[in-house]
Design a protein around this ligand. Structure first.
Ligand code: PEP
Length: 254
């Protein structure tokens, strides 16, 4: 399976900064993408068109939106629609990132609506799931992952669910490892990814083993290769270490 290396820029980079980063990545990858890798950038909305323009014509390089509101248009001040993201050049959309869940209070139900709407609108959706430290320490890892996955996937039409593996990607991101410098250990990652895989088998059936599961949480060039080698790790979602082109390229080549 192709490994997906995704960059989440969060609320970083003006357009000139994004243009400089994207040009550097596009120039490097035009010489050849590391074999079996897809590079994906989730820039802030104002940078999407800039990054997509710089990536035009380079293979295995794609752009996504960090969020959207699940409606075609309407009185939703401050929000952005999937059509607007598509128009700017986004093909992917991130849904349920821990900062959306825990900083902005998004519920499992809203995340489920976004998952369904994003897929319906033709996006490749990256659904983020993960437990807080309290949840992990109180033995709720499986319950949290089960709830987050099933609330988002169960409402999807059963005949679509069986064909989701090329349109839905899961990112397992333990909340306590995001932006903290604390990386989950190999055993913790293997355990959580195994739990996600087994829930996916129940939820989507036949194609579950082809659905990529990415790890995210304090990934750096120094730990990327080890994490990518673990069972059921099909890629990485990288925040802080994706902000410098050299560091992102090192992770892409790890
Ligand atoms: C993220 O934003 O999804 C993330 C994993 O951040 P960081 O790599 O900085 O922990």
């Amino acid at each position: 399976m192709q490994k997906i290396i995704a960059a989440n820029w969060k609320m970083h980079k003006t357009r000139p900064e994004a243009a400089q980063f994207a040009a550097q990545i596009a120039q490097e990858l035009a010489k050849g993408t590391p074999e079996g890798r897809l590079a994906l950038i989730f820039p802030p909305y104002t940078d999407i068109a800039t990054v997509a323009d710089a990536f035009a014509g380079v293979t295995n390089l794609a752009v996504g939106g960090q969020n959207f509101y699940p409606a075609e248009n309407g009185a939703f001040t401050g929000e952005i629609s999937p059509a607007m993201l598509r128009d700017a050049g986004a093909v992917w959309a991130l849904v349920g990132h821990s900062e959306r869940r825990h900083v902005f209070g998004e519920s499992d139900e809203l995340i489920a609506r976004k998952t369904a709407f994003g897929l319906e609108q033709g996006f490749k959706v990256m659904l983020c799931v993960g437990e807080t430290l309290d949840e992990r320490e109180s033995g709720q890892l499986k319950a949290v992952l089960s709830r987050q996955l099933s609330t988002a996937i169960t409402p999807l039409d059963p005949k679509d669910r069986a064909r989701l593996s090329d349109r839905l990607v899961i990112a397992y991101e333990p909340v306590w490892a995001i932006g903290t410098g604390k990386v989950a250990g190999p055993d913790e990652i293997v355990e959580a990814h195994g739990v996600v895989r087994s829930f996916l088998r129940d939820l989507v059936g036949g194609n579950a083993d082809e659905m990529p599961i990415l790890y995210g949480g304090s990934v750096k060039p120094a730990n990327a290769s080890t994490i990518l080698g673990l069972d059921n790790v099909d890629g990485l979602l990288v925040g802080g270490a994706s902000l410098e082109a050299a560091s992102f390229l090192a992770i892409l080549r790890a």
